[in-house]
Design a protein around this ligand. Sequence first.
Ligand code: GLN
Length: 205
Amino acid sequence: MKAGVIAVQGDVSEHADAVRRAAASHGVDVAVVEVRDAGVVPGCDVLLMPGGESTTISRLLREEGIDEEIRNHVAADKPLLATCAGLIVASRDAKDDRVSTLDVLDVSVDRNAFGRQADSFEAPLDVTGLDEPFPGVFIRSPVIDEVGEGVEVLAQWDGDPVAVKQGSVIATSFHPELTPDSRIHDLTFFGQEHASTQDGEGVEA
Ligand code: GLN
């Protein structure tokens, strides 16, 4: 399996480690590539878009021409995990002109909305598809304030959706890559039939 971590900015190495752990637990070989230029995403089976700073990430994706490749990846029903700033970039609308969203996930977000209450916090989250609560690490996280019809809410905190799924895309307001727990990566890449091995065969969870 080839996993591309969008690496124009943000916590890239943590995502690379998490996808390696998830793949290892399924006995799947994974090659992780850092995506900084156009031309890499089309060769990836799965993609990760990290937390960081959404204004910067979206600008660099557009300048490099990677934005269109991510849209094509999702249109081809291939898995994408987007966390925090990644969720903002993936959304339909971030209500902020400085962020050009990819519109691969039918939600609107309010940037930094959790951050107004507390800059960062950790909370145990009940996530659909996981048996035990997941440690949610929130750092100046966005609030998802509108969810489209095709979007499933996987987890909520304080009445707001904080993990959502639409087709092959899973996005979280929190940072699963900043915990040793790789179950959200596992759910995104192996909890669905899209995950593929290096030789292209399907992998069952
Ligand atoms: N609030 C940040 C933004 O708008 C995201 C924070 C994060 O990824 N930890 O880009």
